[in-house]
Design a protein around this ligand. Structure first.
Ligand code: FCB
Length: 457
């Protein structure tokens, strides 16, 4: 199904009036200004400095220069008609040396101004505490593999929520712990670039633990705050339906989805995967699992694509392989496009875990945008991706799933981690040479949708 210009098949009025409409960004991907106002080095600064780690050899040193342009960027968000904006705080701006008794006030002030700027523009601030930019100084002491990092995170969460808690009512502890743990410490293609399964599992445990242990301070500092975590979740299908592939799919789902959802919802780590991890299982201390299961107010779901899984004896720790199935629709990045996958995923999460509230904290697509002669970016595919996923959200809500908000990834084209600037996800185009912003067709569609306008009719 394609959305045409004359066809707003979905309207804002189809959703509750208090539905949150946002865009998401993250600090390292947009801010730049890595040496300013006392910011310390992050693991991404270090990782990008090693040739070969980033596809185009770039880094987030300048990125979207958002640190200097935040006012006009927030104006873009307001002009879209958003009522919420999800951003992340750079830990190395707050504790440049990782640990230490005193936070860097200039770092805190930046976020204080940013939050005020959101409130002035009618944007509800949604703060993510950890979107992958660990202070390098903590990595030098073992990073998330070291249990002391959990205590440092709690201190950081305490300081930030004390400073912003009077104005920020929505808190996300971690963005996509799967990526932190497994892309960063097993696949090694993200910072800190470690390739070790056992380390990844321990990192994962500490990240989840830090989520739970930070919640009481956030609640104390930000009365009435609603706290959650954003997970990257995927629906799965087996490559062939054979018993081997079905079993492999269950294992893959076990590490991708259940390894996070089960402990967060009080069930501990899934026994089938724990067993398969053998000697690599993480050290879990008394009380850890209770802490991880600390009650939250919402579950953040970052959804991009489904995965097709095959049995792969001898391959990887769980003997599974994600295959690139033929004849499916894909973005230019190669990610499968499947709005129905989002519905299936939400149904499964709602049925198996019963979260009180689900927020789609990220969803979006990367295409090779071209600028037309008259300077417009006609990203029809991204517009259709957005519209089709909103239809999916509407359908999920109609099935009784408590989705209460949707945040498009992303407000701006930005630094896409190991892909550098080669992948554009924004509803706003950024010319990285001039820092000029220009709303794409997808952004115009989102704006018209949010303003209840019928476009193209
Ligand atoms: C998610 C990340 C986000 C961005 C999108 C495309 O996994 O949370 O920072 O890179 O993918």
């Amino acid at each position: 199904m394609k959305i045409t210009d004359t066809f707003p098949v979905i309207e804002r009025n189809d959703f509750a009036s208090d539905f949150r409409w946002g865009c998401s960004t993250s600090a390292y991907q947009i801010e730049g200004a890595v040496d300013l106002d006392g910011r310390g080095e992050s693991i991404w600064d270090r990782f990008c400095a090693t040739p070969g780690n980033i596809r185009d050899g770039s880094s987030g040193t300048v990125a979207c220069d958002h640190y200097h342009r935040w006012q006009s960027d927030l104006a873009l968000a307001r002009d879209l008609g958003l009522n919420a904006y999800r951003f992340s705080i750079a830990w190395p701006r707050i504790f440049p040396a990782g640990a230490g008794a005193k936070p860097n006030l200039k770092g805190l002030d930046f976020y204080s101004r940013l939050v005020d700027g959101m409130l002035e523009r009618g944007l509800e601030p949604w703060a993510t505490l950890y979107h992958w930019d660990l202070p390098q100084a903590l990595q030098d002491r073992g990073g998330w593999n070291n249990r002391e990092t959990v205590a440092e995170f709690c201190k950081y969460a305490d300081v930030v929520s004390r400073h912003l808690g009077d104005r920020v009512g929505r808190w996300i502890t971690h963005n996509e712990p799967w990526c932190t743990a497994f892309i960063g410490n097993h696949e090694g293609t993200h910072a800190p670039g470690i390739r070790d399964w056992k380390t990844a599992l321990q990192v994962c445990h500490h990240v989840l633990l830090s989520h739970g242990l930070a919640i009481p301070a956030i609640r104390a500092n930000a009365p009435g705050a609603r706290v959650g975590i954003a997970l990257s979740l995927h629906p799965h299908k087996s490559a062939s339906g054979s018993p081997e592939d079905e079993a492999a799919t269950l294992r893959h789902d076990g590490i991708r989805n259940r390894w996070f959802l089960d402990p967060l919802f009080g069930r501990g780590y899934p026994a089938d995967i724990w067993k398969l991890c053998g000697d690599s299982v993480p050290i879990v201390k008394e009380g850890d699992m209770e802490a991880i299961a600390t009650a939250t107010d919402f579950l953040g779901v970052n959804y991009y694509f489904p995965e097709t899984v095959a049995d792969a004896p001898g391959q990887g720790p769980l003997a599974t392989r994600v295959i690139t199935s033929e004849n499916v629709e894909r973005t230019a990045f190669g990610w499968e496009v499947s709005p129905e996958g989002l519905i299936a995923l939400l149904q499964r999460v709602a049925k198996d875990y019963r979260p009180a509230e689900i927020q789609i904290t990220e969803n979006g697509s990367s295409y090779d945008d071209t600028i037309s002669k008259d300077g417009n970016i006609e990203d029809v595919e991204r517009r259709d991706y957005l519209a089709r996923h909103l239809i999916a959200v509407k359908e999920a809500i109609a099935k009784g799933i408590p989705v209460k908000g949707y945040f498009a990834w992303s407000l701006l084209d930005n630094f896409e981690w190991a892909e550098g600037y080669t992948r554009r996800f924004g509803v706003t185009h950024v010319d990285f040479a001039t820092q000029q912003r220009k709303l794409k067709l997808s952004g115009k569609w989102y704006r018209a949708f949010l303003r209840h306008q019928v476009i193209g009719a």
